[in-house]
Design a protein around this ligand. Structure first.
Ligand SMILES: Cc1ncc(COP(=O)(O)O)c(C=O)c1O
Length: 429
């Protein structure tokens, strides 16, 4: 279909074109971003945005949903099959509302939750004091070991034994290593807590088999669909098993299983009509993720991340935990004498997009922290190889380690152009 935007709204069309140019011409290294397929974008921009369908397939508050029901059922079935779970809710508008729904469904206000501290790699919704999760629940945090910067499961266990959380959240936003879901399950069992595995960042790696799956261990799994999973913005709540393991303890009066608790937390608890265009685009992304080449994609993400890590280390950078097992890298720039904010700006100026990030036990403030976080999912989608990632690492080193003058900027931009030209982004657009 020919775009009508240039005629209808030239001003908006201009900014969309500028953003397309930016995505094409820069090195996109924010670990939570990716480039979804053209087909996914086509579904997102489809007529499905027109329909209201509050409720679930077969039980809607609006008429005219016979095809929407088929689409939502298809999405649910694909999610269940891909992750090997019993139940999937595909309606959360995004990752934060998905986490909110889990807490709303399983907990009462004031209940204790235990999640990873924001400043050490957790997400806002895992109990940060200014988020709903820290305001409506009694949030306690665990962090990483002071020396190794790895999760210390014995220390987490001790906090759990002391604080007796009803919900333990594992999963992170800025942790470059494998998460031991079995260790979290053991702790959760000891204190009779639900275990929520938020795999937003690593869902695509789990599907590709390059990160262990939480399915044998978690009560509930949440994931965004737009990071390593490479779908549209959105989220899912997955239940490995619908049986509520702590039913007698926490929900003695209800006959409800976990699926009912979660589904009713989404609607009528927190949301109204589902975004059907988003649900359908998730269905397509799940189909794409089930194809064999997605496994190769997941492996390439990690290989690229490790190649980049090695190059950065060889250039004298200090990486949190000394490297990476997954799609992301956290650099502590303290030794280089530049802040994360300065680094973000320096890299942005030449066309490399990363984000400033706190490092564990950071002495600097969140808006001007000591580190940067960078990842490989988006560049791997473009087709970047390990050799390309080594080149990217050398470019980053040049920008951050040398005094930047116009000659350096010109040289670096030339090298970036060679890389982005090698792997054209959305040539059809
Ligand atoms: C671990 C984790 N959970 C949840 C979210 C929230 O997702 P959203 O930004 O879609 O609300 C994020 C986003 O970065 C995340 O990293």
């Amino acid at each position: 279909m020919k775009s009508s935007l240039p005629q209808n709204d030239p001003e908006l069309d201009y900014w969309l074109k500028k953003e397309l140019e930016r995505q094409r011409d820069s090195l996109e290294m924010i670990p939570s971003e990716n480039f979804t397929s053209l087909a996914v974008m086509e579904v997102l921009g489809s007529i499905l945005t027109n329909k209201y369908s509050e409720g679930y397939p077969g039980k809607r508050y609006y008429g005219g949903n016979k095809y929407i029901d088929e689409i939502e059922n298809l999405t649910r079935e694909r999610a269940k099959k891909l992750f090997g779970v019993e139940h999937a809710n595909v309606q959360p508008y995004s990752g934060s509302p998905a986490n909110q729904a889990v807490m709303f469904g399983l907990l009462n206000p004031g209940d204790t939750i235990l999640g990873m501290e924001l400043a050490q790699g957790g997400h806002l919704t895992h109990g940060y004091k200014f988020s709903f999760s820290g305001r409506y629940y009694r949030a306690v945090n665990y962090g990483v070991d002071k020396e190794t910067h790895l999760l210390d499961y014995e220390a987490i266990r001790e906090i759990a034994l002391k604080e007796k959380p009803k919900l333990i959240i594992c999963g992170a936003t800025a942790y470059p290593r494998i998460i031991d879901f079995a260790a979290f399950r053991k702790i959760a069992d000891e204190v009779q807590a639900y275990l929520l595995a938020d795999i937003s960042h690593i869902a695509g790696l789990v599907v590709a088999g390059v990160h262990p799956s939480p399915v044998p261990y978690a009560d509930v799994i949440t994931t965004t669909t737009h990071k390593t999973l490479r779908g549209p913005r959105g989220a899912m709540i997955l239940l490995p098993n619908v049986i509520d393991r702590w039913h007698d303890l926490y929900h003695p009066n209800g006959k409800k299983n976990l699926a009912e608790l979660i589904d009713s937390a989404i609607i009528p608890g927190l949301q109204g009509g589902p975004h059907n265009h988003q649900t359908a685009a998730i269905a397509l992304a799940l189909k794409e993720a089930a194809e064999v080449n997605f496994t190769a994609y997941g492996k390439a993400i990690v290989a690229n991340s490790q190649a980049l890590a090695k190059t950065l280390i060889a250039n004298g950078f200090s990486l949190i935990t000394g490297g990476t097992d997954n799609h992301l890298i956290l650099i502590d720039l303290s030794q280089q004498g530049i802040s994360g904010k300065q680094a973000e700006i320096l890299l942005d100026n030449v066309g490399i997009t990363v984000n400033k990030n706190l490092v564990p036990y950071d002495q600097r403030p969140p808006l001007d922290p000591s580190g940067i976080r960078l990842g490989t999912p988006a560049l791997t989608t473009r087709g970047f190889s390990t050799d390309d990632m080594r080149e990217v690492g050398e470019i980053i080193a040049k920008v951050l380690l040398q005094p930047v003058n116009q000659t350096v900027i010109n040289q670096v931009q030339h090298r970036i152009k060679a890389l982005t030209n090698k792997y054209p982004l959305y040539p059809e657009l």
